[in-house]
Design a protein around this ligand. Structure first.
Ligand SMILES: Cc1cc2nc3c(=O)[nH]c(=O)nc-3n(C[C@H](O)[C@H](O)[C@H](O)COP(=O)(O)OP(=O)(O)OC[C@H]3O[C@@H](n4cnc5c(N)ncnc54)[C@H](O)[C@@H]3O)c2cc1C
Length: 425
């Protein structure tokens, strides 16, 4: 089959990989001149296979008002005259209950576990360097109540296959000595943590660039149509006949929309409603000069993640966080970037020279393509030859391979590796 994949972020590239391996003639279209230049560019780098709980949880709503009142809160809301925003928020509120959150967590864990299996096969089969490491993750808590409820969740997570242990304060500092640096505010306030030794990290952008190189090799033969905006999909007789692109009409037997959060517009125009909204997040990449974490750290209270990346050019620490419900603008807010830098400075005060100008820390922001429940939407749509791979939200790097494999399975008419219930339109 001739298949057009719209979007060359990590999700579109992973989809193209599995489709090309199935023998399809694949074309990827992206409006940018290179791959992964939007949300897949400088994300938190965490392959968070065991830590997938969605933002919509039973304890979240009471926390929202205090968050909204603080200028440096991890979550910020800018109300807009945008029906999509309010629809998304209503869906989010409806999903903030134990039953929905546990069901979503179960689905995401199954998808994440399949992604891990596929990632290990990928690393074994394909010679691509992307700072991939299995160095574990420690989620640290600053209040006893939060730590207690995380401990109570351990048995539940274990029953779903996650290998995690609870560590008290002393054990956390021994596990990650950079938290024991005297001036570390994070080290001072932590009361305990959950350690997941099997968690992994990797640089998503480097992965995408390596994957692009692999995709165009003759055995996969993927055609890259970069610098090409897709203006719309054209439907006739219940099928997409072609994509109307800046390079002209692109026809194919099947189309996969994997265009991140903007998939919503492309699909809406042909009558397929996707419940997506952007959650804007920020990252910095610190060049390391002093004590810094050797494993991933998540500051649960401040919702900031720290991931060490070690490439040939030296060691770096990716710092990521914030979730701003702030519309569709991709412009970074310098205030949020400075807040993120202040978080990093508090947590790992000797990791780098914080007196350097902000630009030296590679400031970046991206739009997480989020669904209200926090689970992606994969596979068939009401249009016969139109498929979607969208809505991975805060977990797109983690879930990309499983999501790509899922869509390829659906298109091949094979049973999917993970049950589709709750993951399809
Ligand atoms: C601050 C932050 C931290 C994060 N940390 C993590 C993490 O640690 N672990 C994790 O698993 N995930 C993380 N994520 C989430 C992850 O980065 C995203 O879920 C993922 O990158 C989404 O990939 P995508 O391919 O769907 O979208 P994108 O990477 O945005 O790709 C979509 C592509 O579609 C193209 N496109 C859109 N519209 C059109 C059009 N009309 N025509 C042509 N091309 C089009 C765009 O140019 C873009 O290249 C984080 C996100 C943020 C913002």
């Amino acid at each position: 089959m001739r298949v057009v994949v719209i979007g060359a972020g990590v999700v579109g590239l992973a989809t193209a990989y599995y489709l090309a391996r199935d023998g399809h003639a694949v074309t990827i279209v992206d409006r940018n001149d290179g791959v992964a230049l939007e949300t897949s560019f400088a994300n938190g780098a965490q392959l968070s296979y065991s830590y997938v709980a969605p933002l919509a949880g039973p304890g979240v709503l009471p926390k929202v008002p205090p968050w909204l009142l603080r200028r440096d809160s991890p979550l910020r809301f800018y109300p807009a005259l945008d029906l999509a925003q309010w629809r998304w928020l209503l869906g989010f509120v409806a999903a903030c209950n134990r039953e929905t959150s546990e069901r979503t967590t179960r689905r995401l864990l199954a998808l994440a576990s399949d992604s891990r299996r596929r990632m290990h096969a990928f690393v074994r089969d394909e010679a691509i360097s992307f700072d991939h490491a299995r160095n574990g993750k420690l989620v640290v808590y600053s209040d006893p109540a939060g730590f207690d409820s995380a401990r109570r969740l351990l048995d539940y997570q274990r029953s779903l296959g996650s290998e995690q242990v609870a560590l008290d304060r002393a054990a956390c500092l021994a596990r990650e000595p950079s938290l024991a640096v005297a001036e570390s505010t994070l080290g001072r306030r932590l009361v305990g943590g959950i350690d997941t030794p099997s968690e992994e990290v990797g640089d998503c952008y480097r992965f995408c660039v390596g994957l692009e190189r692999r995709l165009v090799q003759p055995d996969l033969g993927v055609r890259m149509l970069l610098g090409t905006l897709t203006r719309s999909l054209v439907v006739r007789g219940g099928r997409v006949t072609h994509a109307d692109t800046a390079a002209g009409e692109l026809d194919a037997d099947a189309f996969v929309v994997a265009a991140g959060v903007e998939s919503m517009m492309l699909c809406r125009d042909v009558g397929v409603r996707l419940p997506l909204y952007p959650l804007k997040g920020y990252s910095l990449t610190l060049p390391l000069q002093g004590p810094a974490p050797t494993m991933s750290i998540t500051d649960f209270k401040r919702k900031v993640v720290y991931a060490p990346l070690a490439d040939g050019a030296g060691h770096r620490l990716r710092v990521a966080g914030m979730a701003d419900i702030a519309g569709w603008s991709r412009a970074p807010d310098p205030v949020r970037l400075r807040q993120l830098l202040a978080e990093a400075r508090g947590a790992f005060p000797r990791a780098t020279d914080y007196a350097m100008p902000l630009e030296r820390f590679e400031p970046w922001c991206g739009l997480r393509p989020a669904t209200p429940r926090g689970s992606p939407l994969l596979g068939a749509t009401s249009i016969k030859n139109l498929y979607v791979n969208v809505g991975q939200g805060a977990l797109g790097w983690t879930l990309a391979l499983a999501s790509g494999g899922f869509v390829a399975d659906v298109m091949a008419g094979r049973p999917t590796a993970v049950p589709g219930e709750g993951l399809t339109l």
